[in-house]
Design a protein around this ligand. Structure first.
Ligand code: G3H
Ligand code: 13P
Ligand code: ZN
Length: 309
């Protein structure tokens, strides 16, 4: 089976009241950990590559690894560009065989966001590739781009219909209070489900995407800090909120930070317990297992997409 787009995945997820996990990938062990979990759970999967991941690992290497994952697992897997910030970047991913791209022009004015997104949609659709766009701005850190809380903004439901009609986009990321990274809320975690509800009324049956959806599990924060790390005040999105979003119109839930933490906690502990070891397989192997455990947990308790492949 070749790489697939997210079209059919989202149709089924919307109808079934669950979400597809979109996990960020940067190397072989992370890809294998995610795919091994999805294989055991028979879960459809989106593997996403950011501009930073492209720079780190080279998009062709990542694509070949993901193709190996498709061949080995037989799962429906969509290869997605995460937070593409220009037509050129999106085009390059389309040309390299990605099956989905995100154009994130959410920092631009509404009319420019429409123009930039429309351009990408035209090129991508001509090549059988689907497009995600963003309206509203999440706070947090992506690559070198830091969005301060005061510069972030919730999605305005009054804009979504016009945006989708004028761009022809296939899915829409909205800002309802999540943010990127491991420090998401200052006080009580709060998501604007009223905005999600309102958006889904304006766009019946249309797949919504939730970025910044790591839960930042306390046990991983503690493990990182026990073995020399320093993550004070880390806080993620409570799992019950994510489940609720998945039952609503959210069809794609983006997770990166939790996997980063799983890898880091495992390697920190490994070197604490085995200070003389120096074979990378000895610590990358357990890190890969830990990624698998975290992804299995997400599929079972957050996404609800197990058995849907
Ligand atoms: O939303 C961003 C993802 O967590 C990717 O992070 O840009 O550092 O690869 P990155
Ligand atoms: P987290 O930082 O919450 O994992 O979000 C990842 C994300 O939204 C990738 O686009
Ligand atoms: Zn994101």
């Amino acid at each position: 089976m070749p790489l697939v787009t997210s079209k059919e995945m989202f149709e089924k997820a919307y109808a079934g009241g669950y979400a597809i996990g979109a996990f960020n990938v940067n190397n072989m062990e992370i890809i294998q950990g995610i795919v091994n979990a999805a294989t055991e759970e028979r879960a459809p999967l989106i593997l996403q590559v950011s501009a930073g991941a492209r720079k780190y690992a080279n998009p062709t290497y990542l694509k070949k690894l993901v193709e190996a994952a498709v061949e080995e697992s037989g799962l429906p897997i969509c290869l997605h560009l995460d937070h593409g910030d220009s037509f050129e970047l999106c085009k390059d991913c389309v040309d390299k065989g990605f099956t989905s791209v995100m154009i994130d022009a959410s920092s631009h004015a509404f009319s420019d966001n429409i123009k930039i997104t429309r351009n990408v949609v035209e090129y991508a659709h001509d090549h059988g590739v689907v497009v995600e766009a963003e309206l509203g701005r999440l706070a947090g850190v992506e690559d070198d781009v830091k969005v301060k809380a005061e510069d972030s903004s919730y999605t305005d439901p009054d804009q979504v219909q016009e945006f989708v009609e004028k761009t022809g986009v296939d899915s829409l990321a909205i800002a309802i209070g999540t943010s990127h990274g491991a420090f998401k809320f200052k006080g009580e975690p709060k998501l604007r489900f009223d905005i999600l509800e309102e958006v889904s009324k304006r766009l019946p049956g249309f797949p919504i995407v939730l970025h910044g959806a790591s839960s930042v599990p306390q046990y991983l924060v503690e493990e990182i800090n026990r073995y020399g790390g320093n993550m004070p005040g880390a806080q993620g999105v409570p799992e019950e909120m994510l489940r609720k979003a998945a039952e609503m119109a959210v069809c794609k839930i983006n997770i990166d930070s939790d996997l980063r933490m799983a890898v880091t906690a495992t390697i920190r502990k490994y070197f604490n317990d085995n200070p003389s070891h120096f074979d990378p397989r000895q610590y990358l192997g357990p890190a890969r297992e830990r990624v698998k455990e975290v992804v299995k947990h997400k599929i079972q308790y957050v996404l609800g997409c197990g058995g849907k492949a």
